[in-house]
Design a protein around this ligand. Structure first.
Ligand SMILES: Cc1ncc(C[n+]2csc(CCOP(=O)(O)OP(=O)(O)O)c2C)c(N)n1
Ligand SMILES: [Mg+2]
Length: 593
Protein backbone atom coordinates (compact mmCIF):
# COMPACT_ATOMS: atom_id res chain seq x y z
CA UNK A 1 0.00 0.00 0.00
CA UNK A 2 1.22 3.48 -0.81
CA UNK A 3 -0.73 6.10 1.02
CA UNK A 4 -0.51 9.66 2.15
CA UNK A 5 -4.13 9.93 3.00
CA UNK A 6 -4.44 12.27 5.92
CA UNK A 7 -7.95 13.49 5.35
CA UNK A 8 -9.66 13.80 8.69
CA UNK A 9 -12.55 11.63 7.60
CA UNK A 10 -10.40 8.72 6.44
CA UNK A 11 -8.25 8.73 9.52
CA UNK A 12 -10.87 9.29 12.17
CA UNK A 13 -12.66 6.14 11.01
CA UNK A 14 -9.54 4.22 12.02
CA UNK A 15 -8.60 6.17 15.11
CA UNK A 16 -6.75 4.57 18.00
CA UNK A 17 -9.31 3.35 20.51
CA UNK A 18 -11.23 6.59 20.35
CA UNK A 19 -8.59 8.72 22.11
CA UNK A 20 -6.92 11.67 20.46
CA UNK A 21 -3.26 12.55 20.08
CA UNK A 22 -1.80 16.03 20.42
CA UNK A 23 0.19 17.33 17.46
CA UNK A 24 3.47 17.33 19.40
CA UNK A 25 3.08 13.66 20.28
CA UNK A 26 2.01 12.68 16.79
CA UNK A 27 5.22 14.14 15.42
CA UNK A 28 7.19 11.83 17.71
CA UNK A 29 5.11 8.82 16.65
CA UNK A 30 5.86 9.56 13.01
CA UNK A 31 9.59 9.86 13.64
CA UNK A 32 9.66 6.65 15.65
CA UNK A 33 8.51 4.77 12.56
CA UNK A 34 11.84 5.70 10.99
CA UNK A 35 13.87 4.55 13.99
CA UNK A 36 14.48 8.02 15.40
CA UNK A 37 14.57 8.26 19.19
CA UNK A 38 16.50 11.42 19.97
CA UNK A 39 15.63 15.07 19.89
CA UNK A 40 18.20 17.89 19.83
CA UNK A 41 17.51 21.51 20.71
CA UNK A 42 16.77 24.05 23.41
CA UNK A 43 13.08 24.01 24.40
CA UNK A 44 10.69 26.92 24.91
CA UNK A 45 6.89 27.13 25.22
CA UNK A 46 6.55 25.67 21.71
CA UNK A 47 8.50 22.57 22.65
CA UNK A 48 8.15 21.78 26.35
CA UNK A 49 5.19 19.47 25.73
CA UNK A 50 7.12 17.66 23.04
CA UNK A 51 10.13 17.26 25.33
CA UNK A 52 8.03 15.83 28.15
CA UNK A 53 6.38 13.39 25.74
CA UNK A 54 9.74 12.43 24.19
CA UNK A 55 11.22 11.67 27.58
CA UNK A 56 8.19 9.55 28.52
CA UNK A 57 8.56 7.62 25.28
CA UNK A 58 12.18 6.77 26.10
CA UNK A 59 13.80 9.24 23.72
CA UNK A 60 17.17 10.84 24.37
CA UNK A 61 16.41 14.49 25.01
CA UNK A 62 19.59 16.43 24.30
CA UNK A 63 19.75 20.11 25.04
CA UNK A 64 23.02 21.76 24.03
CA UNK A 65 24.25 25.26 24.82
CA UNK A 66 23.96 26.66 21.31
CA UNK A 67 21.32 26.04 18.65
CA UNK A 68 23.98 25.65 15.97
CA UNK A 69 25.48 22.80 17.99
CA UNK A 70 22.03 21.19 18.20
CA UNK A 71 21.88 20.92 14.41
CA UNK A 72 25.39 19.50 14.23
CA UNK A 73 24.61 16.95 16.92
CA UNK A 74 21.52 15.90 14.99
CA UNK A 75 23.60 15.56 11.83
CA UNK A 76 26.05 13.19 13.51
CA UNK A 77 23.15 11.25 15.01
CA UNK A 78 21.77 10.72 11.50
CA UNK A 79 25.14 9.46 10.28
CA UNK A 80 25.62 7.00 13.12
CA UNK A 81 22.02 5.84 13.30
CA UNK A 82 21.49 5.45 9.56
CA UNK A 83 18.21 7.34 9.87
CA UNK A 84 16.96 10.91 9.67
CA UNK A 85 17.38 13.10 12.76
CA UNK A 86 15.23 15.72 14.48
CA UNK A 87 16.47 19.14 15.54
CA UNK A 88 14.11 21.67 17.07
CA UNK A 89 14.67 25.38 17.63
CA UNK A 90 12.82 28.11 19.33
CA UNK A 91 11.24 30.83 17.23
CA UNK A 92 13.29 33.77 15.96
CA UNK A 93 16.77 33.76 17.53
CA UNK A 94 16.93 30.02 18.12
CA UNK A 95 16.17 28.96 14.61
CA UNK A 96 18.31 31.72 13.17
CA UNK A 97 21.31 30.35 15.10
CA UNK A 98 20.50 26.85 13.89
CA UNK A 99 20.42 27.91 10.26
CA UNK A 100 24.17 27.46 9.70
CA UNK A 101 23.64 23.83 10.41
CA UNK A 102 20.93 23.60 7.74
CA UNK A 103 23.50 24.65 5.18
CA UNK A 104 25.93 22.20 6.66
CA UNK A 105 23.39 19.38 6.30
CA UNK A 106 22.68 20.43 2.73
CA UNK A 107 26.34 20.27 1.69
CA UNK A 108 27.06 17.14 3.74
CA UNK A 109 23.91 15.38 2.43
CA UNK A 110 22.52 14.74 5.90
CA UNK A 111 18.81 13.99 6.36
CA UNK A 112 18.12 16.32 9.28
CA UNK A 113 14.61 17.67 9.82
CA UNK A 114 14.67 21.12 11.40
CA UNK A 115 11.49 21.98 13.26
CA UNK A 116 11.31 25.71 13.85
CA UNK A 117 8.97 27.15 16.43
CA UNK A 118 7.02 30.20 15.33
CA UNK A 119 4.53 32.67 16.78
CA UNK A 120 0.86 31.84 16.19
CA UNK A 121 -0.01 32.80 12.64
CA UNK A 122 -2.36 35.57 13.78
CA UNK A 123 0.70 37.46 15.03
CA UNK A 124 2.42 37.18 11.72
CA UNK A 125 -0.58 38.29 9.65
CA UNK A 126 -1.30 41.42 11.63
CA UNK A 127 0.03 44.78 10.51
CA UNK A 128 2.42 45.55 13.34
CA UNK A 129 5.89 46.77 14.18
CA UNK A 130 8.08 45.69 17.10
CA UNK A 131 7.00 42.09 17.46
CA UNK A 132 9.00 39.96 19.89
CA UNK A 133 11.18 37.06 18.77
CA UNK A 134 9.74 37.23 15.31
CA UNK A 135 11.15 36.97 11.82
CA UNK A 136 9.65 35.57 8.63
CA UNK A 137 11.40 32.25 8.89
CA UNK A 138 10.38 30.01 6.04
CA UNK A 139 11.46 32.42 3.32
CA UNK A 140 14.85 32.80 4.95
CA UNK A 141 15.62 29.13 5.11
CA UNK A 142 13.99 27.57 2.09
CA UNK A 143 17.05 27.91 -0.13
CA UNK A 144 19.16 26.07 2.43
CA UNK A 145 17.03 22.95 2.51
CA UNK A 146 15.57 20.40 0.09
CA UNK A 147 12.01 21.24 1.07
CA UNK A 148 10.29 23.62 3.46
CA UNK A 149 6.74 23.63 4.77
CA UNK A 150 4.60 24.89 7.58
CA UNK A 151 2.09 22.99 9.70
CA UNK A 152 -0.59 25.63 9.27
CA UNK A 153 -3.45 23.33 10.16
CA UNK A 154 -3.11 20.59 12.76
CA UNK A 155 -4.50 17.92 10.48
CA UNK A 156 -1.58 18.48 8.10
CA UNK A 157 0.78 16.97 10.66
CA UNK A 158 0.95 13.53 9.07
CA UNK A 159 1.25 14.69 5.49
CA UNK A 160 3.95 17.24 6.24
CA UNK A 161 6.08 15.11 8.54
CA UNK A 162 5.81 12.14 6.19
CA UNK A 163 6.76 14.27 3.22
CA UNK A 164 9.70 15.63 5.19
CA UNK A 165 10.80 12.06 5.94
CA UNK A 166 10.29 11.15 2.28
CA UNK A 167 12.21 14.10 0.86
CA UNK A 168 15.13 14.05 3.27
CA UNK A 169 15.91 10.45 2.32
CA UNK A 170 15.13 10.52 -1.40
CA UNK A 171 17.74 11.08 -4.09
CA UNK A 172 20.62 12.95 -2.51
CA UNK A 173 19.72 13.04 1.19
CA UNK A 174 19.50 16.45 2.82
CA UNK A 175 17.73 18.74 5.27
CA UNK A 176 14.11 19.84 5.49
CA UNK A 177 12.72 22.84 7.34
CA UNK A 178 9.28 22.64 8.95
CA UNK A 179 7.65 25.57 10.65
CA UNK A 180 5.74 24.71 13.79
CA UNK A 181 3.62 27.71 14.75
CA UNK A 182 2.26 28.18 18.25
CA UNK A 183 -1.40 27.87 17.31
CA UNK A 184 -1.15 24.19 16.27
CA UNK A 185 1.03 22.53 18.86
CA UNK A 186 -1.67 21.63 21.39
CA UNK A 187 -4.36 20.71 18.89
CA UNK A 188 -5.69 17.19 19.24
CA UNK A 189 -5.75 14.77 16.32
CA UNK A 190 -7.94 11.74 15.81
CA UNK A 191 -5.51 9.52 13.93
CA UNK A 192 -4.80 5.82 13.39
CA UNK A 193 -1.47 4.26 14.40
CA UNK A 194 1.40 5.78 12.42
CA UNK A 195 2.15 4.04 9.14
CA UNK A 196 5.44 2.20 8.64
CA UNK A 197 7.82 3.80 6.09
CA UNK A 198 7.05 1.30 3.33
CA UNK A 199 3.48 2.56 3.28
CA UNK A 200 4.37 6.17 2.50
CA UNK A 201 7.73 6.26 0.73
CA UNK A 202 10.01 4.24 -1.48
CA UNK A 203 12.26 2.26 0.87
CA UNK A 204 15.71 1.16 -0.31
CA UNK A 205 14.89 0.70 -4.02
CA UNK A 206 16.99 -1.70 -6.08
CA UNK A 207 18.63 -1.11 -9.47
CA UNK A 208 17.52 -2.29 -12.88
CA UNK A 209 18.40 -6.00 -13.32
CA UNK A 210 19.88 -5.55 -16.83
CA UNK A 211 22.15 -2.82 -15.56
CA UNK A 212 23.29 -5.02 -12.68
CA UNK A 213 24.13 -7.79 -15.17
CA UNK A 214 26.12 -5.31 -17.31
CA UNK A 215 28.05 -4.11 -14.29
CA UNK A 216 28.84 -7.70 -13.30
CA UNK A 217 30.15 -8.42 -16.83
CA UNK A 218 32.40 -5.38 -16.71
CA UNK A 219 33.81 -6.47 -13.36
CA UNK A 220 34.32 -10.08 -14.48
CA UNK A 221 36.22 -9.03 -17.61
CA UNK A 222 38.36 -6.36 -15.98
CA UNK A 223 42.07 -6.62 -15.25
CA UNK A 224 41.97 -4.44 -12.17
CA UNK A 225 38.54 -3.54 -10.86
CA UNK A 226 38.47 -1.39 -7.73
CA UNK A 227 35.94 0.01 -5.29
CA UNK A 228 35.78 3.73 -4.56
CA UNK A 229 33.86 4.06 -1.33
CA UNK A 230 32.38 7.30 -0.02
CA UNK A 231 30.68 8.67 3.03
CA UNK A 232 27.20 7.22 2.30
CA UNK A 233 28.40 3.66 2.98
CA UNK A 234 29.04 4.60 6.58
CA UNK A 235 25.89 6.72 6.87
CA UNK A 236 23.69 3.87 5.64
CA UNK A 237 25.54 1.43 7.94
CA UNK A 238 26.16 -0.77 4.90
CA UNK A 239 29.77 -1.79 5.58
CA UNK A 240 29.15 -5.54 5.78
CA UNK A 241 27.49 -5.50 2.36
CA UNK A 242 30.37 -3.63 0.78
CA UNK A 243 32.82 -6.02 2.41
CA UNK A 244 31.12 -8.96 0.70
CA UNK A 245 31.35 -7.20 -2.67
CA UNK A 246 35.03 -6.30 -2.16
CA UNK A 247 35.81 -9.92 -1.39
CA UNK A 248 33.93 -11.19 -4.46
CA UNK A 249 35.84 -8.66 -6.55
CA UNK A 250 39.17 -9.58 -4.92
CA UNK A 251 40.01 -5.94 -5.14
CA UNK A 252 41.48 -3.04 -3.19
CA UNK A 253 39.19 -0.36 -1.77
CA UNK A 254 39.93 3.33 -2.10
CA UNK A 255 38.39 5.77 0.35
CA UNK A 256 37.26 9.24 -0.58
CA UNK A 257 38.32 11.88 1.93
CA UNK A 258 34.67 12.19 3.01
CA UNK A 259 34.43 8.45 3.63
CA UNK A 260 37.43 7.65 5.76
CA UNK A 261 35.74 5.05 7.95
CA UNK A 262 37.24 1.56 7.55
CA UNK A 263 34.91 -1.35 6.94
CA UNK A 264 35.38 -4.13 9.47
CA UNK A 265 37.13 -7.12 7.92
CA UNK A 266 38.63 -5.31 4.92
CA UNK A 267 40.64 -2.64 6.73
CA UNK A 268 43.96 -3.85 5.39
CA UNK A 269 43.03 -3.60 1.73
CA UNK A 270 41.57 -0.11 2.17
CA UNK A 271 43.66 2.94 1.27
CA UNK A 272 42.95 6.66 1.32
CA UNK A 273 42.80 8.27 -2.11
CA UNK A 274 45.51 10.93 -2.42
CA UNK A 275 47.27 10.25 0.88
CA UNK A 276 48.87 6.80 0.48
CA UNK A 277 51.32 6.15 -2.35
CA UNK A 278 49.86 2.74 -3.12
CA UNK A 279 46.55 4.43 -3.87
CA UNK A 280 48.27 6.28 -6.72
CA UNK A 281 49.36 3.01 -8.26
CA UNK A 282 45.92 1.46 -7.73
CA UNK A 283 44.22 4.35 -9.51
CA UNK A 284 46.68 4.13 -12.39
CA UNK A 285 46.17 0.37 -12.75
CA UNK A 286 42.41 0.34 -12.37
CA UNK A 287 40.34 -0.31 -15.48
CA UNK A 288 36.91 -0.61 -13.82
CA UNK A 289 35.86 1.59 -10.90
CA UNK A 290 32.76 0.80 -8.89
CA UNK A 291 31.87 4.05 -7.10
CA UNK A 292 29.61 3.55 -4.08
CA UNK A 293 28.10 6.23 -1.90
CA UNK A 294 30.27 9.04 -3.22
CA UNK A 295 29.50 12.21 -5.12
CA UNK A 296 32.73 11.63 -7.07
CA UNK A 297 33.37 15.22 -6.07
CA UNK A 298 36.22 17.69 -6.10
CA UNK A 299 38.31 15.86 -3.46
CA UNK A 300 38.50 12.84 -5.81
CA UNK A 301 39.07 15.15 -8.77
CA UNK A 302 35.69 14.25 -10.23
CA UNK A 303 37.07 10.81 -11.05
CA UNK A 304 38.79 12.14 -14.14
CA UNK A 305 41.46 14.71 -13.17
CA UNK A 306 44.81 14.52 -11.42
CA UNK A 307 45.56 10.87 -10.52
CA UNK A 308 42.78 9.61 -12.79
CA UNK A 309 43.97 11.49 -15.86
CA UNK A 310 46.24 8.65 -16.93
CA UNK A 311 44.02 5.99 -18.53
CA UNK A 312 40.90 8.10 -18.11
CA UNK A 313 39.46 7.42 -21.56
CA UNK A 314 39.72 3.64 -21.24
CA UNK A 315 38.66 3.30 -17.62
CA UNK A 316 35.05 2.17 -17.11
CA UNK A 317 32.86 3.44 -14.29
CA UNK A 318 29.96 1.78 -12.51
CA UNK A 319 28.12 4.19 -10.24
CA UNK A 320 25.84 3.01 -7.42
CA UNK A 321 23.81 6.12 -6.72
CA UNK A 322 20.39 6.83 -5.31
CA UNK A 323 19.91 10.11 -7.12
CA UNK A 324 19.26 9.71 -10.87
CA UNK A 325 20.14 13.36 -11.45
CA UNK A 326 23.64 12.77 -10.09
CA UNK A 327 24.50 10.26 -12.79
CA UNK A 328 27.05 11.63 -15.23
CA UNK A 329 27.29 15.09 -13.64
CA UNK A 330 30.94 14.89 -12.68
CA UNK A 331 32.16 12.35 -15.19
CA UNK A 332 30.71 9.96 -17.77
CA UNK A 333 29.30 6.77 -16.28
CA UNK A 334 29.32 3.51 -18.21
CA UNK A 335 26.86 1.62 -16.02
CA UNK A 336 24.61 3.62 -13.71
CA UNK A 337 23.08 1.51 -10.94
CA UNK A 338 20.38 3.78 -9.67
CA UNK A 339 19.06 2.68 -6.31
CA UNK A 340 19.81 2.52 -2.63
CA UNK A 341 23.25 1.08 -2.04
CA UNK A 342 21.84 -1.08 0.77
CA UNK A 343 19.92 -2.99 -1.91
CA UNK A 344 22.11 -2.49 -4.98
CA UNK A 345 25.39 -3.71 -3.46
CA UNK A 346 23.84 -7.10 -2.56
CA UNK A 347 22.31 -7.22 -6.07
CA UNK A 348 25.75 -6.84 -7.56
CA UNK A 349 27.23 -9.38 -5.15
CA UNK A 350 24.54 -11.88 -6.13
CA UNK A 351 25.46 -11.39 -9.79
CA UNK A 352 29.13 -12.12 -8.99
CA UNK A 353 28.60 -14.93 -6.51
CA UNK A 354 29.01 -17.81 -8.95
CA UNK A 355 32.21 -16.51 -10.43
CA UNK A 356 34.12 -14.63 -7.73
CA UNK A 357 37.35 -13.04 -8.91
CA UNK A 358 40.57 -14.23 -7.42
CA UNK A 359 42.48 -11.71 -5.38
CA UNK A 360 44.35 -9.14 -7.45
CA UNK A 361 47.99 -10.31 -7.75
CA UNK A 362 49.29 -7.03 -6.34
CA UNK A 363 46.92 -6.82 -3.37
CA UNK A 364 49.26 -8.33 -0.76
CA UNK A 365 52.13 -6.15 -1.97
CA UNK A 366 49.95 -3.04 -1.69
CA UNK A 367 48.93 -4.04 1.81
CA UNK A 368 52.55 -4.57 2.80
CA UNK A 369 53.76 -1.34 1.23
CA UNK A 370 51.14 0.71 3.03
CA UNK A 371 51.95 -0.98 6.33
CA UNK A 372 55.61 -0.19 5.77
CA UNK A 373 54.74 3.41 4.96
CA UNK A 374 52.84 3.81 8.22
CA UNK A 375 55.61 2.17 10.20
CA UNK A 376 58.30 4.35 8.70
CA UNK A 377 56.25 7.47 9.42
CA UNK A 378 56.07 6.43 13.03
CA UNK A 379 59.88 6.28 13.11
CA UNK A 380 60.45 9.79 11.79
CA UNK A 381 62.48 12.30 13.77
CA UNK A 382 59.92 14.42 15.56
CA UNK A 383 62.22 16.77 17.42
CA UNK A 384 61.28 20.44 17.17
CA UNK A 385 63.20 23.67 17.78
CA UNK A 386 60.67 24.83 20.35
CA UNK A 387 60.55 21.54 22.24
CA UNK A 388 56.78 21.52 21.77
CA UNK A 389 55.19 18.44 20.21
CA UNK A 390 55.40 17.83 16.45
CA UNK A 391 51.92 17.54 14.90
CA UNK A 392 52.91 14.31 13.16
CA UNK A 393 53.80 12.77 16.49
CA UNK A 394 50.58 14.10 18.02
CA UNK A 395 48.62 12.17 15.38
CA UNK A 396 50.70 9.03 15.66
CA UNK A 397 50.69 8.73 19.42
CA UNK A 398 47.03 9.59 19.73
CA UNK A 399 45.74 7.28 17.02
CA UNK A 400 47.95 4.37 18.08
CA UNK A 401 46.25 4.51 21.47
CA UNK A 402 42.76 4.59 19.96
CA UNK A 403 40.70 1.56 21.05
CA UNK A 404 39.88 -0.66 18.09
CA UNK A 405 36.15 -0.07 18.24
CA UNK A 406 36.37 3.68 18.87
CA UNK A 407 34.41 6.26 16.95
CA UNK A 408 36.88 8.83 15.65
CA UNK A 409 35.73 12.43 15.36
CA UNK A 410 38.00 15.05 13.78
CA UNK A 411 38.06 18.81 13.62
CA UNK A 412 40.71 21.38 12.85
CA UNK A 413 42.90 22.90 10.20
CA UNK A 414 46.51 21.73 9.86
CA UNK A 415 46.08 18.89 12.31
CA UNK A 416 43.45 17.30 10.08
CA UNK A 417 45.81 17.54 7.11
CA UNK A 418 48.50 15.81 9.17
CA UNK A 419 45.96 13.16 10.14
CA UNK A 420 45.36 12.15 6.51
CA UNK A 421 49.01 11.16 6.25
CA UNK A 422 49.94 9.97 9.74
CA UNK A 423 46.82 8.14 10.96
CA UNK A 424 47.91 4.86 12.56
CA UNK A 425 44.53 3.29 13.27
CA UNK A 426 41.68 1.95 11.15
CA UNK A 427 38.59 3.44 12.80
CA UNK A 428 35.27 1.95 11.70
CA UNK A 429 33.43 5.17 12.21
CA UNK A 430 34.89 8.54 11.36
CA UNK A 431 32.80 11.64 11.70
CA UNK A 432 34.06 14.88 10.29
CA UNK A 433 32.92 17.63 8.04
CA UNK A 434 34.42 17.11 4.62
CA UNK A 435 32.64 19.07 1.97
CA UNK A 436 31.37 22.04 3.94
CA UNK A 437 34.75 22.25 5.66
CA UNK A 438 33.12 23.74 8.73
CA UNK A 439 35.29 24.26 11.80
CA UNK A 440 33.60 23.82 15.15
CA UNK A 441 31.57 20.79 14.12
CA UNK A 442 33.77 18.36 16.04
CA UNK A 443 32.47 18.52 19.59
CA UNK A 444 28.77 18.60 18.59
CA UNK A 445 29.45 15.75 16.14
CA UNK A 446 31.14 13.74 18.86
CA UNK A 447 28.15 14.23 21.15
CA UNK A 448 25.56 13.36 18.47
CA UNK A 449 27.49 10.27 17.39
CA UNK A 450 27.90 9.03 20.95
CA UNK A 451 24.22 9.64 21.72
CA UNK A 452 23.24 7.60 18.64
CA UNK A 453 25.57 4.85 19.82
CA UNK A 454 23.95 4.86 23.26
CA UNK A 455 27.26 5.84 24.85
CA UNK A 456 28.59 2.30 24.33
CA UNK A 457 31.72 2.69 22.21
CA UNK A 458 34.67 4.87 23.16
CA UNK A 459 34.88 8.14 21.24
CA UNK A 460 38.21 9.68 20.35
CA UNK A 461 37.91 13.31 19.33
CA UNK A 462 41.10 14.79 17.91
CA UNK A 463 40.91 18.52 17.38
CA UNK A 464 42.88 21.66 16.75
CA UNK A 465 42.52 24.38 19.35
CA UNK A 466 40.60 27.15 17.53
CA UNK A 467 38.11 24.60 16.23
CA UNK A 468 37.53 23.24 19.72
CA UNK A 469 36.82 26.68 21.14
CA UNK A 470 33.77 27.20 18.92
CA UNK A 471 31.51 24.96 20.97
CA UNK A 472 33.57 24.17 24.04
CA UNK A 473 30.53 24.76 26.26
CA UNK A 474 29.16 21.46 24.94
CA UNK A 475 31.64 19.71 27.24
CA UNK A 476 28.92 20.13 29.82
CA UNK A 477 26.69 17.90 27.66
CA UNK A 478 29.48 15.32 27.42
CA UNK A 479 29.66 15.33 31.18
CA UNK A 480 25.85 15.36 31.64
CA UNK A 481 25.47 12.18 29.60
CA UNK A 482 28.78 10.79 30.90
CA UNK A 483 29.85 9.99 27.33
CA UNK A 484 32.98 7.81 27.04
CA UNK A 485 34.95 10.49 25.23
CA UNK A 486 38.61 11.40 25.16
CA UNK A 487 39.47 14.68 23.49
CA UNK A 488 43.05 15.39 22.46
CA UNK A 489 43.63 19.04 21.66
CA UNK A 490 46.59 20.17 19.55
CA UNK A 491 47.36 23.62 20.89
CA UNK A 492 49.34 26.05 18.72
CA UNK A 493 47.41 29.09 20.01
CA UNK A 494 46.58 30.04 16.44
CA UNK A 495 44.41 29.54 13.43
CA UNK A 496 47.43 27.66 12.15
CA UNK A 497 46.28 26.93 8.62
CA UNK A 498 45.72 30.63 8.04
CA UNK A 499 49.16 31.45 9.47
CA UNK A 500 50.50 29.21 6.72
CA UNK A 501 48.32 30.97 4.16
CA UNK A 502 49.80 34.35 5.15
CA UNK A 503 53.30 32.96 4.79
CA UNK A 504 52.66 31.27 1.49
CA UNK A 505 50.95 34.40 0.14
CA UNK A 506 53.35 37.12 1.32
CA UNK A 507 56.50 35.15 2.17
CA UNK A 508 57.75 34.10 5.58
CA UNK A 509 58.34 37.05 7.91
CA UNK A 510 56.79 39.67 5.60
CA UNK A 511 53.62 40.25 7.61
CA UNK A 512 52.52 39.95 11.25
CA UNK A 513 49.83 37.53 10.10
CA UNK A 514 47.19 39.83 11.60
CA UNK A 515 44.28 38.24 13.40
CA UNK A 516 45.34 34.61 13.42
CA UNK A 517 47.40 34.36 16.61
CA UNK A 518 45.68 34.24 19.96
CA UNK A 519 46.40 34.16 23.68
CA UNK A 520 49.04 31.79 24.99
CA UNK A 521 47.25 31.54 28.33
CA UNK A 522 44.34 29.33 27.33
CA UNK A 523 44.28 25.99 29.17
CA UNK A 524 41.89 23.42 27.76
CA UNK A 525 42.49 20.94 30.58
CA UNK A 526 41.37 23.54 33.12
CA UNK A 527 38.35 24.52 31.06
CA UNK A 528 37.40 20.86 30.96
CA UNK A 529 37.61 20.62 34.73
CA UNK A 530 35.53 23.74 35.12
CA UNK A 531 32.85 22.14 32.92
CA UNK A 532 32.80 18.94 34.96
CA UNK A 533 35.17 16.79 32.87
CA UNK A 534 38.68 15.59 33.59
CA UNK A 535 41.67 17.54 32.33
CA UNK A 536 45.22 16.45 31.50
CA UNK A 537 48.23 18.44 30.32
CA UNK A 538 50.80 16.48 28.31
CA UNK A 539 53.94 18.21 27.13
CA UNK A 540 55.96 15.36 25.65
CA UNK A 541 55.01 13.55 22.47
CA UNK A 542 56.02 10.16 23.81
CA UNK A 543 53.64 10.57 26.78
CA UNK A 544 50.51 11.14 24.73
CA UNK A 545 49.66 7.48 24.09
CA UNK A 546 49.83 6.58 27.77
CA UNK A 547 47.64 9.55 28.68
CA UNK A 548 45.04 8.59 26.06
CA UNK A 549 44.95 4.99 27.30
CA UNK A 550 44.63 6.07 30.91
CA UNK A 551 41.86 8.49 30.03
CA UNK A 552 39.88 5.78 28.24
CA UNK A 553 40.49 3.37 31.11
CA UNK A 554 39.14 5.91 33.61
CA UNK A 555 35.80 5.90 31.79
CA UNK A 556 35.51 9.63 32.46
CA UNK A 557 35.17 12.28 29.76
CA UNK A 558 38.66 13.75 29.52
CA UNK A 559 40.33 16.60 27.67
CA UNK A 560 44.07 16.33 27.05
CA UNK A 561 45.86 19.61 26.32
CA UNK A 562 48.97 19.09 24.16
CA UNK A 563 51.07 22.14 23.29
CA UNK A 564 52.27 21.64 19.71
CA UNK A 565 54.93 23.38 17.71
CA UNK A 566 53.24 26.22 15.82
CA UNK A 567 55.85 26.38 13.06
CA UNK A 568 55.65 22.68 12.25
CA UNK A 569 51.87 22.88 12.43
CA UNK A 570 51.32 25.72 9.96
CA UNK A 571 54.13 24.47 7.74
CA UNK A 572 54.40 27.79 5.94
CA UNK A 573 58.06 28.68 6.54
CA UNK A 574 60.28 28.44 3.47
CA UNK A 575 62.03 25.27 4.55
CA UNK A 576 58.87 23.45 5.60
CA UNK A 577 55.62 22.15 4.31
CA UNK A 578 52.62 20.47 5.84
CA UNK A 579 52.65 16.86 4.59
CA UNK A 580 50.74 16.44 1.34
CA UNK A 581 49.67 20.09 1.49
CA UNK A 582 50.17 20.41 -2.26
CA UNK A 583 47.89 17.44 -2.82
CA UNK A 584 45.24 18.96 -0.56
CA UNK A 585 45.38 22.17 -2.63
CA UNK A 586 44.59 20.20 -5.80
CA UNK A 587 40.99 20.06 -4.50
CA UNK A 588 40.65 23.73 -5.26
CA UNK A 589 41.65 23.58 -8.91
CA UNK A 590 39.27 26.42 -9.77
CA UNK A 591 38.06 26.28 -13.32
CA UNK A 592 40.47 23.49 -14.16
CA UNK A 593 38.18 20.53 -13.84
C1 LIG B 1 33.53 27.85 10.16
C2 LIG B 1 34.84 28.05 9.47
N1 LIG B 1 35.50 29.22 9.60
C3 LIG B 1 36.68 29.42 9.00
C4 LIG B 1 37.24 28.44 8.22
C5 LIG B 1 38.58 28.65 7.51
N2 LIG B 1 39.66 27.95 8.21
C6 LIG B 1 40.08 26.73 7.82
S1 LIG B 1 41.29 26.11 8.79
C7 LIG B 1 41.30 27.50 9.75
C8 LIG B 1 42.22 27.58 10.94
C9 LIG B 1 41.91 26.52 11.95
O1 LIG B 1 42.60 26.75 13.16
P1 LIG B 1 42.71 25.59 14.22
O2 LIG B 1 41.38 24.98 14.44
O3 LIG B 1 43.42 26.08 15.40
O4 LIG B 1 43.58 24.51 13.43
P2 LIG B 1 45.16 24.56 13.10
O5 LIG B 1 45.25 24.91 11.65
O6 LIG B 1 45.79 25.56 13.99
O7 LIG B 1 45.64 23.18 13.35
C10 LIG B 1 40.35 28.42 9.32
C11 LIG B 1 40.10 29.73 9.97
C12 LIG B 1 36.51 27.24 8.07
N3 LIG B 1 36.95 26.23 7.33
N4 LIG B 1 35.34 27.06 8.73
MG1 LIG C 1 45.41 26.02 16.00
Amino acid sequence: MYSDDTSAAAESSASKNGSTTPVYERILELFEQEGVKAIFGIPDPNFVHMFVAAEKRGWKVVTPHHELAAGMMAEAYARMNGTPALCISTLGPGISLTSGSMMNSLVENSPVIYLGGQRARITERRVRRGRIQFIQQEDLFKNSVKWSASIEYADQTDEIIRHALRVCQSGTPGPVYIEYPGHVILEELDVPPALPPRDYRLVEPGADADMVARAAELIKNADCPILLVGHAVQCTRAGAKVKELAQLMGCPVLQTSGGTAFIEGIEERTFPYLFAEVADEIVAKSDVVVAIGTEIGEPVHYGRGYLWAEGNTDRKWVNIELDPEAIGQNRPIDVPLVGDLRTVVPQLSAALKDSPRSEHPDLQRWIKEDKDRLESLANEDFSTDSGRVHTGQWVIETTKAMPENAIHVRDGGCTVIFTWTYLQSKPRDVIWNQNFGCLGTGLPYAVGASIADGGQRPVLFTTSDSSFLYHIGELEVVQRFNLPMVIVVAVDNAWGLEVGVYKRTFGHGNTNEPGVHWSKNVRFDKMAEALGCEGMYVEKGEDIGKAVSEAFASGKPTVIHVPIDPVINHGGNENLNTPNYDRFRTWYAEGQQ
